[in-house]
Design a protein around this ligand. Sequence first.
Ligand code: UN1
Length: 513
Amino acid sequence: MNARLADLPTALGLDRLATDGALPGASAGAFFAPHGPPILSDDPATGEPLGRVATATLDDYDSVMLAARARFAEWRSRPAPKRAELVRRLGELLREHKEPLGELVSREVGKIKSEGLGEVQEMIDICDFAVGLSRQLYGLTIASERPAHRMMEQWHPAGVVGVITAFNFPVAVWAWNAAIAAVCGDVVVWKPSPLAPLTAIAVQALCDRAAASEDAAGVFNLVVGGPEIGEAMARDRRIPVVSFTGSIPVGRKVAGLVAERLGRSILELGGNNAITVLDDANLALATRAITFGAVGTAGQRCTSTRRVFAQRGVIDALLGRLAKAYGSVTIGDPMAPGTLMGPLVSERAVQAFEAAVAAARAQGGEVVAGGRRRPGPGHFVEPTIVRAPKDAPLPIAAEETFAPILYVFEVGSLDEAIERNNAVSQGLSSAIFTEGLGSAERFLSPAGSDCGIANVNIGTSGAEIGGAFGGEKDSGGGREAGSDAWKAYMRRQTCTVNYGRDLPLAQGVEFPV
Ligand code: UN1
């Protein structure tokens, strides 16, 4: 364990888990030493190793699945408000450990302190939401066409839910899925990103503590491993629901494997999110929203702002304001006060950044801010703005590069902005800045943005957990977190009860026997 993390393990209960230097990356109610090769987790701000984690083999995965199935047999029959006690306890533990867990997130994936804390807050929020939801898993009653018959719909637990998460929200996205699934009566098996195993182990340690006091060992389970574990989950008929967050190509593969066995997948894939800025926009507001959207989390959110469509009358003023705002962004140690942008997660991410900037230049884009990597140690780059050429396409802007690169286009009208907003394969998040009610409503209308999220006078990222989160087209179509997203974690049952003495048939069919 790295010295910079010295006081964190104790706070998170990790110190008790260390076995011959490697933390055990598997838990089925209690941590056990898995048999796969260890992986190193690095601090992206320094390139130094933070800790070593033993990974799970397919046999280890199978042991976790067996325990999960056994737990489900009991858990599904526990009343939902009682199940919620586990989630309430987890929420309390997260509140108690918000600081050290937020710091661990910052250290392991490089997001700034406030965002690391915000990520844990998002977990706390979804726990609160799930506790309330446990008393609101409503079904409909339906008027029957037959006398003395009652029809109703009820929602039952689906089973073992597989949750595969990405490095950029290493724990919040797990919580969206896990907190909801647990109150729905499901048991969760989690495969975290191999880039963030320490954060996952810390959260699992809190889960195991919550479970111990609520007699719920094994409702939350952890399997740290590589793509072979993810593939096993996608193929596994014992997992009726697989929630996957990650890239579009891997999401396509997961969706195919789950569909082959007629399972259900909840996909939260890439985005290519745009902000439209009309001539009547409040430019001060737009500048702040664009800068947070494009630079926040070093551009490594699926909701990060990647494209701007600025109307002719404001593009120069907006670019001037953006260049100034970008100039004031402090880059460095994510935990240092005042830092607004930490490192990218890996050297590979830096190379992808450099390749995208080079492609943008080759395609006629003008780099008006940033554009370079920063000397090491650590994986630092400059937040970058590319002004698109007027009369040529900028094909690189159709791709999602997980880095702080913003492509700015000039548009003549709202219609043109909407058309270009929708012209990419992804459809996650979008926003418009305008003071005009008509323009705002047109952006939100059926002929407006085609994304799962459409905002007015706020940016594309930073969604609250109360809404359903997810996107259309290549963004995957899944919905997670709030609203009625819980329905994806349950199976629906339509029930008809005859309390009469006759057996009338529907549709007036006669069958005299
Ligand atoms: C993600 O990047 O996978 O809306 C999720 C947001 C965050 C979640 C992002 N609440 O930006």
